[in-house]
Design a protein around this ligand. Sequence first.
Ligand code: NAD
Length: 257
Amino acid sequence: MSLSGKTVIITGSNSGIGLGVARELAKAGINVVLNSYTDTAEDHALAAEIAQETGVTARYIQADMSKGDECRRLIADAGGCDILVNNAGIQHVAPVEEFPAGKWDAIIAINLSSAFHTTAAAITGMREKGWGRIINIASAHGLTASPYKSAYVAAKHGIVGFTKTIGLETAQEPITCNAICPGYVLTPLVEAQIPDTMKEYDMSREDVIKNVMLERQPSKEFATTEQLGGTALYLCSDAAAQVTGTTISVDGGWTAL
Ligand code: NAD
């Protein structure tokens, strides 16, 4: 079955993994809806660039994934979708007793609750079309934990549980729901953690990357946004029609430890 002409909505896709997934799916002929909470000329230019490079239809829709009604509006404004990639995410690192309550709420809202709202809004349209793919970008932190990332680890474990539940709710339909669990990928989200970690451990940038970030990634290499796009494309393919309610790790061996 060709994926050409299908439409994907990717939350949080004006940078990093979301943008990488958008580019890989567009190369397969899938029309793309990009999203973030901003509404700048650069955001719309990204969509225009993808359309020009691949020939698909691409547009950018502003919607704040920390708000349930905006998550649902995104799906409505896009006119539904065949493929939904729940990717928007933020991070904050602090010991639990110092963890700001506002940051906890924002991480749970953006990294977990947004997927509930978008999925709830998109699934009826998928049922009507008789086909659908829901792909949640979880994390190695959806399967394991690290200190000082309480909200992120809680949200990512939550999204793995949500993935299993939606996999079961759609098990007898041509709809699948899976989570991709990346290890470290060098994106703005990870880049932002480097300066603080350098300060905390009094280390150089290179040492932070090798000895702190990639310490738990046995391959000692970052996963790439292209590889995550390729994994998403596989989950959209016929070969993955019986893959549902589960996780695929792209973590250089992290979760084998
Ligand atoms: P990133 O910062 O490059 O991308 C995050 C995206 O989410 C951006 O497009 C940002 O604009 C968007 N976003 C943030 N708040 C939003 C909001 N309120 N509404 C709408 N969009 C919002 O980071 P990334 O590394 O590409 O992260 C993407 C996803 O991958 C996240 O869910 C993250 O947890 C997950 N992840 C990343 C890594 C990694 O190493 N980079 C590893 C595992 C999982």
